[in-house]
Write a protein that binds this ligand. Structure first.
Ligand SMILES: [Cu+2]
Length: 335
């Protein structure tokens, strides 16, 4: 039997769950995020004030002691109409039009930002259910491709060109900026900036199928020097195998279906159905945020990713244990 105490406890858990220090949309940092969060706060405050006033008027109307109706008091009906016209038409119109102007201002500042100190462009392509990330130079020429982890320099704005390879996804870093859709056949631009170093979570914010909830990624904000170092290391080809085991791993990788879906730059593996693995070991997570990138998890993922992320596009491959071990050894060394 569900007792009253259980019900109260369940309610408390639900409400308190929101208190976990997670991302908070109304306190986004960085120049683009601040504008958007400011607009969000304005809407929240105005909305709350309207709700409070309407509730107060409603309660007054309900509990007011009214005198007995006087059939001769025609002027009272006139006052009622005035109330409805002002409270129901004029005041809402003024509030909505004013808010609309603030929306327009924020739209124009975030669409054509006068940001100085821009740290270049990344193209982000949404896939079911992971993120492809391409660094392009100022002329739009590709520099390197990676997946599921984007680095940005603290205090500098980064331009993102967003699109999709399949269905509509949405790029959302609650701590840094609002949502922008990734739409097949179209490129949307978004801007992000982090004021403090740290790892910021990105979520797909548009339902895109079975593993939508496991389509996350990290934005790592770091010093400019560390960012430049990350760019340089990502641009380089994969480290050649150093040991016999790693060599066996590379051979097994290239000789198996892995190489028909994945790219490891500097090796014959050059397919781009799945994430680029050239610097896999430098990423914090595997499977678009599904698991921390440890040897055990990597081995579990490669032997059968379907038990970890059911329905994802990488099939279970049932490798020989020696091949599995060698591949994990090799991929685990690709910093
Ligand atoms: Cu998605």
């Amino acid at each position: 039997m569900i007792t009253r105490r259980t019900r109260i406890a369940a309610l408390a858990v639900t409400i308190l769950a929101a208190c976990r220090r997670a991302s908070f949309v109304l306190s986004s940092s960085g120049e683009p995020g601040r504008d958007e969060a400011g607009l969000g706060r304005l809407f929240t405050i105005v909305g709350m004030v309207v709700v409070i006033i309407v509730a107060a008027l409603l309660l007054t109307a309900i509990f007011r002691r009214r005198p007995p109706a006087d059939p001769n008091a025609i002027d009272r009906r006139g006052r009622g109409t005035l109330w409805i016209l002002t409270g129901g038409v004029v005041v809402p119109a003024v509030i909505l039009v004013t808010l609309f102007f603030f929306v327009l201002i924020t739209l124009s500042t975030t669409a054509q930002p006068p940001y100085s100190n821009v740290a270049g462009t990344f193209e982000i392509v949404g896939h079911r259910w992971w993120w492809e990330i391409r660094r392009v130079d100022d002329t739009g020429r590709p520099q390197f491709v990676t997946a599921n982890e984007l680095h940005i320099p603290v205090g500098r704005t980064v331009r993102l060109h967003l699109s999709s390879a399949d269905v509509i996804h949405s790029f959302w870093v609650p701590d840094l900026a609002g949502k922008t859709d990734l739409i097949p056949g179209q490129i949307n631009t978004a801007w992000i900036e982090a004021e403090k170093p740290g790892v910021y979570a990105v979520h797909c914010a548009e339902y895109c199928g079975m593993q939508h909830a496991n389509m996350s990624m990290s934005v790592v904000a770091e010093s400019d020097a560390e960012f430049q170092q990350w760019l340089a290391s990502q641009t380089a080809d994969a480290k050649p195998p150093q040991t016999d085991d790693e060599q066996r791993g590379l051979d097994a990788f290239v000789g198996s279906p892995c190489a028909s879906c994945h790219q490891i730059r500097g090796t014959p593996a050059a397919a781009i159905v799945g994430p680029d693995l050239t610097h896999l070991a430098a990423r914090r997570m595997i499977g678009a945020g599904a698991l921390p990138n440890t040897v055990g998890n990597l081995s579990g993922w490669i032997s059968n990713s379907q038990t970890i992320k059911p329905g994802n596009v990488m099939p279970a491959m049932y490798l020989k244990p020696t091949d599995l071990h060698a591949i994990v050894e090799y991929l685990g060394g690709l910093k």
